[in-house]
Design a protein around this ligand. Sequence first.
Ligand code: HPA
Length: 275
Amino acid sequence: MDVKDYKESVETAAEFLSERIEFKPRVAIVLGSGLSGIAHSLQDPVTIPYSEIPSFPVSTAPGHKGELIFGKLNGKNTMLMNGRFHFYEGYTMQQVTFPVRVMQLLEVEVLIVTNAAGGLNPTFEVARPMIITDHINCMGDNPLRGPNVEEWGPRFPDMSEPYDIQLRELALQVAKEEGIPVHEGVYVAVAGPNFETPAELKMLRWFGADAVGMSTVPEVIVARHGGIRVLGISAISDRAVADDLKPLTAQEVLENAEKAGEKMANIISKVVDRL
Ligand code: HPA
């Protein structure tokens, strides 16, 4: 799709949503694999399936629904994206990040992204949340490739602080107060869909990453391009350590992500409360 058509599709989707909802969402939350639990905390929810939104892609990954839920989280106008689009599903980077552009047009100020990720750092514990400090894009593509829409952001966007330091500190503070142990670290995104070989895990660790996953980075790049502040939290769902690697299934990833998910929902709800 050329950039003019893409821009028009995003605008059409944003207009459709503005007409359906009575408030402007200040916060948007992207729910990763096994992390849809927080959806239950939303007050006065209005659910809109992706299939009803003009031009919106439709999600196919296991553990992922396909709906936007608008409502109040601790009194704050919030938009939940229940089910994201992954590059490995065959979507283009523009499709993967379509919802983030819609958020930008709806004037969302803060984006909270979640995902399930393998722990490359050997000291990491499974089923713990990791506050993302930075990321590495190893997906081999970039959502900003192609003509730049100047209205949306600069050609060469700054990435010196992709994950907002104040939001990170707030998340750490809240986790401490709630007695939830968390890790902090660098997230590396790969294209997937296969889990990594031992040699790949060694390389990614050597790159300086603490956790590996197949999402998030495209959305964060677009959010930063559009001036949205970002908080990222990974659910460490498996040990991705080359020297003691065991066979891994998507089922195991989902189960452990769900365990971390309860803690993450608690952290996110308190962070939103204090925004
Ligand atoms: N590798 C890549 N993606 C993942 C993993 C992993 O070990 N766990 C959850 N998502």
